[in-house]
Design a protein around this ligand. Sequence first.
Ligand SMILES: C[S@@+](CC[C@H](N)C(=O)[O-])C[C@H]1O[C@@H](n2cnc3c(N)ncnc32)[C@H](O)[C@@H]1O
Length: 287
Amino acid sequence: MHPFWDLAIEPTLDAAEATEVLEIGAEAGKTTGRLLDRAQRTGGTVHSVDPAPQFDVARVALARGERFAFHRGRSLEVLADIGAVDAALIDGDHNWYTVHSELVALAESAAAAGEPLPLLFIHDVGWPYGRRDMYYDPASIPDEGRQDAARAGIMPGRSELGSPGINAGLWNATHEGGSRNGVRTAVEDFVAGYGVPCDVVIIEGLHGLAVVCSDERREAAPGLSGAIARLRSPELLTEWSARVERWRIDADIARRRAEAERDAAAARLQRLEGSLLDPPEPGRDQA
Ligand SMILES: C[S@@+](CC[C@H](N)C(=O)[O-])C[C@H]1O[C@@H](n2cnc3c(N)ncnc32)[C@H](O)[C@@H]1O
């Protein structure tokens, strides 16, 4: 989610005049920190939800005070207690059941408070989880909401799981596509069933981001129409393509560096083993 921050997320949040902002899926806090810096500027609150955050929540809470409300748990266990928000960033469990249920819960909280649907940012609407479920914990999803899943890799253009493939350690749906499968499908199904028209912008690349803005939310903030139009502009897409290319190059360099370090370590080990096996020649000075 964080690579989309300054180009797409922050300016659109600002245009929406969003102060109460929800984040589902904080992980190491890369997006949380940006949201908190923005909340400092706007005087708002960041509600962050994660059952297994990878940062010291207590220290952040101490430093950020009333700007930060952390909810340790799964989204569907805590969303009703959080209530209505102006905007939500969804990047938790990447499957149809969870994302669709999160969207329904957010719509219900907004309706109960007499507010429009929050401005929504949903990550992972591109490959690999746009049309394929992934479950952090399959047992937490009801049987009827879960696809068959296995811990095996995913390859572009191949529905079945196997090797080689990415994310082989995660529970991935055993097939791609079809009904109730994947994050993008969840967003489409929610929007189709929601009573108010919504504009959906998809930014492809780095797993894809959907921005969903209901007509009611757009009417509530005068600058929002322009900000949404900007997300589709050739200028933004050109800048975004350059960034995606930069990420690709950086990832390639990081991979080559890791390979070189691994090869150097293997060579060192081989030299050490060689010196253990190789007895010194008789009469040679010992250091
Ligand atoms: C892809 S990471 C989030 C990355 C983060 N948004 C960022 O921009 O760096 C997904 C996170 O979602 C959390 N998660 C998994 N299931 C969840 C759920 N049901 N509700 C909330 N968070 C969940 C995981 O613990 C993990 O930390």
